[in-house]
Design a binder for this molecule. Sequence first.
Ligand code: ADP
Ligand code: MG
Length: 241
Amino acid sequence: MIIQVKDLKKNYGNLQVLKGITTQVEEREVVCVIGPSGSGKSTFLRCLNQLEEMTSGQIIMNGHDLSDPKVDINKVREDVGMVFQRFNLFPHKTVLENVMLAPIKVRKTAQEEARKHGLALLKKVGLEDKADVYPDRLSGGQMQRVAIARALAMNPKVMLFDEPTSALDPELVGEVLAVMKNLATEGMTMIVVTHEMGFAREVGDRVIFMDQGVIMEEGKPEEVFENPTNERLRSFLGKVM
Ligand code: ADP
Ligand code: MG
């Protein structure tokens, strides 16, 4: 198990957003998280990489207990790559510079090595020819692929994706999903919040349905999509499929 989550709760003031999430993720597993808007999916991911502090419960991430006050959060975060709905690339840096930045700043990787690795990653996401352009010259799909390359530059053990294709024009969704599928095939451990049910079904090893701050159903994609036992899941799938 690379991630273990036990009775994770998160409140914002009086609002209880996560009401006791318990699950675990194995190395090389691809877990897709689905569920209606406001159900706590983003909050869950943000707790996993400590962008949000949990209210109670336990998260063990790659051997680090996040509830331990002595844990080095920055160290933990280095192992967890995250890709958001919005690309947030640095506009005044080239594509390659965007990818090289974290390894140089955080890991103190030598310029030349970061450059080589960066170019290899751009090749992996099909964008080696865009290395020297600025983000404003890219399509949304290309930006998102750069964002993935940038996250991979730190050699993460786990990749978290929060609706990585939701802000894209429909014709650009496929190229991003293809890169993610590739990554999954190479054995990356991934948690993917997505509304792309085709991706969840094809690439996911497991699907988690979240609703109102709890995991309502969890299982293999076939089980979850073909035999949804939960009424709320059935109604959700009816709307999105
Ligand atoms: P999802 O990603 O499933 O749409 P979120 O995790 O973004 O759900 O949000 C779950 C609930 O938590 C929502 O009701 C949202 O308004 C609330 N929420 C999220 N972030 C904050 C915050 N920083 N402060 C207060 N409430 C928040
Ligand atoms: Mg969200």
